[in-house]
Design a protein around this ligand. Structure first.
Ligand SMILES: [Fe+2]
Length: 200
């Protein structure tokens, strides 16, 4: 797939920056073994393609790092990279050897290249990410909040934190949403706009 090698290199560089943290190498190896490089980012929405999750995860980590000096300058880079790269760990596996997404071999007009694996642990996605990451890494309170609640108001668990969301949670949430909706999903639309302006 075009661009995936470049994205893998960017992932390796980001991973290298946090590799001194206890458990990071083991977490990365575990996720890579279970399909981190091949999983899609969704069943039929943004980046529902092989490698989509890798592209998305790198995008969120890079964008969160760009936003950090403005919004949260005191947050360690390590924390921002860790949460950005692995907030969607649950999209690889449920932590019990079940893949999260299965290829929809017979797909046609319904335009859904992947299906949820119904055998996987029935548990909220973001909180499943927290479970998986916590098996390998001792997370701070801010990191736990950010990983478990990065979906913000898009999921019912927002009720748990809506009156007092942690700053890191909002930073990761915003980087996640901007990546999904603007950088990934609407890229074609933006490019169409550019072409229109060039034509004028
Ligand atoms: Fe995400």
């Amino acid at each position: 797939m075009i661009g995936l090698e470049k994205t893998k290199n960017e992932y390796s560089e980001l991973l290298q920056r946090i590799s001194n943290r206890h458990g990071v190498k083991e977490l990365a190896a575990y996720l890579e073994k279970h399909g981190f490089f091949t999983a899609p980012a969704s069943t039929k929405y943004h980046l529902c393609i092989e490698g989509g999750l890798l592209i998305h995860s790198v995008s969120v980590a890079k964008l969160a790092l760009k936003l950090k000096p403005v919004l949260l300058p005191d947050a360690p880079d390590e924390t921002v990279i860790l949460c950005g790269l692995f907030h969607d760990a649950h999209k690889v596996t449920d932590g019990f050897s079940n893949k999260t997404y299965l290829k929809n071999e017979g797909y046609g007009s319904e335009r859904q290249p992947y299906l949820w694996n119904k055998e996987q642990l029935n548990f909220s996605g973001a909180q499943k990410s927290l479970l998986i990451i916590s098996k390998f890494i001792g997370l701070s309170r801010d990191e736990m909040q950010a990983i478990a609640y990065h979906d913000g108001p898009y999921v019912p668990s927002w009720e748990d934190i809506k009156n007092d969301p942690y700053p890191l949670t909002l930073l990761i949430h915003y980087a996640d949403m901007w990546s999904c909706w603007i950088l990934e999903r609407n890229k074609a639309r933006l490019m169409e706009g550019k072409k229109f302006m060039e034509d004028v």
